[in-house]
Design a protein around this ligand. Sequence first.
Ligand code: PLP
Length: 443
Amino acid sequence: MSRILHRDTRMSLPQAVGGEGIHVLDSTGKRYIDASGGAAVSCLGHGHPDVTRAMKAQMEQLAYAHTSFFTTAVAEELAATLITDAPKGISHVYFVSGGSEAVEAALKMARQYFVEKGEPQRRHFIARRQSYHGNTLGALAVGGNQWRRRQFAPLLIDVAHVSPCYEYRDRRQDETAEQYGERLAQELEAKIRELGSDSVMAFVAETVGGATSGAITPVAGYFRKVREVCDRYGVLLILDEVMCGMGRTGTLHACEQEGIAPDLMCIAKGLGGGYQPIGAVLLQQKVYDAFAKGSGFFQHGHTYLGHAVACAASLEVQRVIKRDNLLDNVKRQGANLTAKLQERFGNHHHIGDIRGRGLFQAIELVRDRTNKSPFDPALRLHARIKREGMNRGLMVYPMGGTIDGQRGDHVLLAPPFIVTDADLDAIVERLGAAVDAVLKEAA
Ligand SMILES: Cc1ncc(COP(=O)(O)O)c(C=O)c1O
């Protein structure tokens, strides 16, 4: 009997005992293709010898030194690397241990930034419906997924939510993608004015929507317009690239493809590739300066900030990605994956949309393609697809509530950056079989 409070007490989980490349092995000897990198984490796959070597060397030298006493060479080197490759104007890094912590830190950093600047009246965050920013209370409050928020609602800070950029469902027939992006930017501007044009701290958004929305990509120009609106009102733009960042969409940061730089950016998952828990907030020079020229002290902190072994793992993950030109593979295999998904599901009666960027893609299930109506949520198709996938030795990341936190199902794919053409064939073949088995049962 397990003494762990697992995520779902009703489930019986296989025991993972090993990992090799894109595979995870369980205690019965069964191999699973990790086509989701867990939750878009394992960007280098499993058991990478260079990373384990770097971690071992760091552990032998120094595993941990509290950041109120010391800095370490490995944390400094990782920060320097991240800044060299960061979007324009980003000058400093704040290390944490995961995605939710990164979002919490960014929210508090935004608030203290305005206090330092003498604008303490700024107290509102605006975020988007259907977003996911993590499960701690601040991150959950900015998150827009109704199902996740509901029972904790009395504990959450008040956050205003505007529409996501969800072209498949929300772009009107009578508007171009550009007009749709413009309409969304106007909605954001109206919300800022409604809350008080000098009282909003930040707009928080995933550059490419992930866990709860299924790889929804912004229409061209949307984020440029959002950036303009934020600048007009002195509102910070916080991009959450915890899932879509660190190479997953084919560029190191997803916002590079949008032609903008955020004021604060949250990264995690692919930063350490699952070898260690690590996340970070990247901040603009002006934010750093507000602290440095103000109180000099960011009133935050956790015990494991900048953990030396986590930094060593992350530094090596990022070094290997560069050394092996893996972002080229993300682009190449991403295009391949799109083509294979199109071939397998493009004419499928119950797949309404195939979307995403790089090795971050999703299919959205519908009962009827013509009117895009979803399946009954009670069928829990997403959970059944996950189970059927596992039965076939395939890990994918399906989720329900795609449309509004309740209705809609999608399956997210986020394979390791080392994936090959043959791997993708196996992934799409097994996914097709899992989806069809579930739909046959549900019909
Ligand atoms: C966009 C985004 N932000 C934040 C988080 C939270 O990260 P973590 O689970 O590491 O706390 C996630 C996790 O899926 C995420 O996808």
